[in-house]
Design a protein around this ligand. Sequence first.
Ligand SMILES: C[S@@+](CC[C@H](N)C(=O)[O-])C[C@H]1O[C@@H](n2cnc3c(N)ncnc32)[C@H](O)[C@@H]1O
Length: 235
Amino acid sequence: MSEPIPRRPDGRPLWYGRRQGHKLRPSRRALIDELLPKLRLDAGAAGRVDPAAAFAEPMASYRLEIGFGGGEHLAGQAARHPDVGFIGCEPFVNGVAALLAEIEAENLSNIRVFDDDVRLILGRFSEAAFDRVYILFADPWPKTRHQRRRILQTGTLDQLAGIVRPGGSLIFATDHLEYATFALERLCRHPAWRWTAEGAGDWRHPPQDWVETRYEAKAKQRGLKPVYLTFERRT
Ligand SMILES: C[S@@+](CC[C@H](N)C(=O)[O-])C[C@H]1O[C@@H](n2cnc3c(N)ncnc32)[C@H](O)[C@@H]1O
C-alpha cells in the first residue's frame, strides 16, 4: 500500500525543505531571471510531460535527477553525455542558481530544470520516458515521526516505475545508514524493482561513471561511508 502524500489545503504536497538560503549575488540573480526561463521545463497545467519535447533535437535517451542540490552531479553527467537529455528537479533557488552558473560556464545545452517540488510532476511524465533516475543524498529526515517526509516512499516508487523504461535504472545514494535500510526494504519488496548488487560490498562503491556530489564530499570528510544502491526496472 502506498503512503498518502501529506498535502496543504490547496492540494500542493507539504514542503519541509528550504526554498532560499543566503541572498543571491547579482550575477546569480541574473541567471535566475534571464537563463532559467529559457531552460525551465514547461509542464503546463495538466496532461503528460514528455522530456523529449523540452529539447530542440531528439536525444539518445533521457535522465532525471531529483533534488540536485548545487547541480555538480547533474552538470558533470551532462558534460560527459552530450547526447543525453537531463531533467533536474530542485526547489532550492540557490542550488538552481549554482547549476545555472555551471551550465553557462560549460556551455551545456542538454539540461532542463523543474525548479519546484518533484512530486508536482513525477506522475505526469510520459510512460517509460527515462533511462535512468538519480536520487542522491536526499534529506534523511532521521526522526521516526518525520519519515513520511522522505522523498523515497512506496508511492514515489510506483510513479518512478511508470516513467523509467524496462531495463532502466534508479540510483539511490545516501550517507545515512538507516535511510539506506528504509530504501532497501521498500525497493526490495516492490515488484517493479530489482537490486542489481552481485556481491557483498557492492553497495560501498559508486556505480561506474560517477560524479561526486557536494553532500557526498562533505559526508566523506566527516568520515561517513556513503551507500550506493542501483535498482533495475524489471521488464
Ligand atoms: C541533502 S540535499 C542533497 C543535494 C545533492 N543531491 C547532493 O548530493 O549534493 C537534498 C536536496 O533535495 C532537495 N529536495 C528535497 N525534497 C525535494 C522534492 N520534493 N523535490 C525536489 N527536490 C527536493 C532539497 O532542496 C535539497 O537540495
